[in-house]
Design a binder for this molecule. Structure first.
Ligand SMILES: [Mg+2]
Length: 249
């Protein structure tokens, strides 16, 4: 069955994140600075600890529903834990989220191959993005900044629909908006537990991108490796061009 659509994960697939998780500490520091300036008198260490506790708690609470509450919820709940009452809609919370996002943005690169691959696939396949991020506006900004929106027929961001990968709904949403079936679709992503697992579950072909310089491999548990098998593993985005030719036969 010929492939009619190609869906991509965004971070570390189309847009590599420099240094893996290296952005996280400086981004949290920027967020903390904003809060300090607004009279939140807690040390960075204290803030950091509370933040991670809240983040992990939210992940646990949403483990079965796979909801994706906005990043602002984390900030508001972290502040509450520290004794400060700032509602999710408070401007200070929004400013904090923005500061975090601005710092994160500095670590995002446009892969040399991304534009070339998208240009070659555009017009031949329906193209889409399915991305997990709790600050959806950041994903939109980056797509704008790198001028990538024009290549895509659909862009689905978890934070916009309050559902994250691997929930079938986010993949089905993309299929519906492209008007294609799962078995006509290839999903390309870098994370087994979200991209490959979720796309496979709905019946798509799956390709795992495993860049040789990626630090991601360190995070893969051996359990994941054996239970979730992509149809193919590639080390650079360009390989999907050849792969698609083969699969068209
Ligand atoms: Mg990714």
């Amino acid at each position: 069955m010929p492939i009619k659509a190609v869906l991509f994960d965004l971070f570390d697939t189309l847009l590599p994140v420099n240094g893996g998780d290296a952005f996280y500490e400086p981004a949290l520091q920027k967020l903390h600075e904003i809060l300090l300036g607004q009279g939140v008198k807690v040390s960075f260490e204290e803030f950091r600890q509370a933040y991670f506790e809240v983040r992990d708690k939210i992940y646990m609470e949403t483990a079965s529903t796979l909801e994706e509450p906005h990043f602002k919820v984390r900030i508001s709940r972290t502040l509450k834990k520290l004794g400060y009452d700032f509602d999710v809609s408070h401007p200070v919370v929004a400013e904090g989220a923005k500061a975090f996002a601005e710092e994160f943005k500095r670590y995002i690169m446009l892969d040399d191959e991304t534009v070339e691959v998208l240009r070659k696939l555009h017009g031949k396949y329906k193209l889409g993005i399915v991305s997990n991020i709790s600050i959806p506006e950041l994903a939109w900004e980056l797509l704008e900044k790198f001028d990538l929106k024009k290549y895509f027929d659909t862009i689905i961001i978890s934070g916009d629909i309050n559902t994250r990968k691997p929930h079938p709904k986010i993949f089905e949403e993309a299929l519906k908006s492209l008007g294609v079936k799962a078995y006509e679709t290839l999903f390309v992503g870098d994370t087994l537990s979200t991209d490959i697992k979720g796309a496979k579950n709905v019946g798509m072909y799956t390709v795992l991108i495993k860049r040789t310089d990626s630090s991601k491999a360190l995070f893969w548990s051996s359990k994941e490796k054996t239970q979730i098998q992509p149809d193919k593993v590639i080390t650079s985005l360009k390989e999907i061009l050849e792969l698609l030719k083969e699969w068209q036969l």
